[in-house]
Design a protein around this ligand. Structure first.
Ligand SMILES: [Zn+2]
Length: 276
């Protein structure tokens, strides 16, 4: 796991085991807010050890940015924390999340201890403010990657934990492309210093607008290309022609996972368009 201090009391943890997934911590004398956990117990335990034994703080609140296992698997290691999420996240964790974890345990013995934790404090599209010492955290509903996705804005530091709304390549298989476009369009107006992506590297101030534009361009390309193909009644195999590069992205990020995410995106869009 990689650990990065992005501001005096704000840390980003990046997995070295799974898809460069990130988690974050906002540390205050009143307690710590943890934003997501990592996919594998060993790395979440490393975060817990760092916070409790190195910094001498406890996690008071855990924010689940969305229900996907790579972001929520470690919640059970913080039993004293109040868990905050969108209300749809709780429903999803209780259904698909529970089923998915049971299946994952069969394949990965290292997940044996994990248990689903259902969030206590639920938000809807109106969001929530959390005050912690001198810090204000604004939890905002930013759907698109998934219907329950939220982002966390640290108002004083101008840092956005964007979760999977922001990735080196957008991923819309479990969400709606139009929602993601709307969510991303809100980011440039926030005047940010850093954007913490749900996967991959921290985006710095000078790079934010370009990163957003690049993701919006990708989504636009993907939508147009799949729509054209469906209009011409081309078969599913023709999706092969829509390469990641032709949509303006490279296959290099996330250790090659980018190409796989792209394939999943175009197949999901094709399914939706042909189901109408
Ligand atoms: Zn996700």
């Amino acid at each position: 796991m990689l650990k990065e201090r992005v501001s005096d009391d704000i840390y980003v943890f990046t997995s070295e085991l799974y898809a460069q997934v990130t988690a974050g911590a906002v540390v205050a004398p009143e307690g710590t807010v943890l934003i997501d956990t990592l996919a594998f117990p060993s790395e979440t335990r490393e975060i817990k050890d760092f916070l409790e034994n190195r910094l001498g703080t406890r996690v008071k609140y855990l924010i689940n940015t969305h229900y996907h296992a790579d972001h929520t698997n470690g919640a059970c290691y913080f039993p004293e924390a109040k868990v905050i999420s969108h209300y749809l996240c709780r429903t999803k964790l209780d259904t698909v999340g529970r089923k998915g974890l049971a299946q994952a345990k069969v394949q990965s013995p290292e997940l044996a201890d994990l248990e689903i934790v259902l969030p206590d404090i639920l938000i809807d599209s109106g969001g929530l403010y959390l005050h912690l010492g001198k810090k204000t955290l604004q939890v905002m509903h930013t759907p698109g990657h998934s219907p329950d996705s939220v982002s966390v804005l640290l108002k004083e530091d101008r840092i956005l934990f964007a979760a999977d709304m922001m990735m080196p390549i957008p991923h819309i298989v479990d969400g709606e492309i139009e929602d993601l476009i709307r969510s991303l369009q809100m980011v440039p107006g926030l005047g940010l210093e850093n954007v913490i992506q749900g996967h991959g590297e921290v985006v710095l101030r000078g790079e934010i607008d370009d990163a957003i534009k690049s993701n919006l361009r990708y989504l636009d390309n993907v939508r147009k290309k799949v729509e054209q193909l469906v209009k011409k009644r081309r078969p599913r195999e023709a999706l092969k022609e829509i390469t990641i590069e032709s949509c303006g992205k490279s296959r290099i990020p996330l250790n090659g996972l980018a190409a796989q995410l792209h394939r999943a995106n175009i197949h999901a869009l094709y399914d939706r368009l042909t189901a109408k």
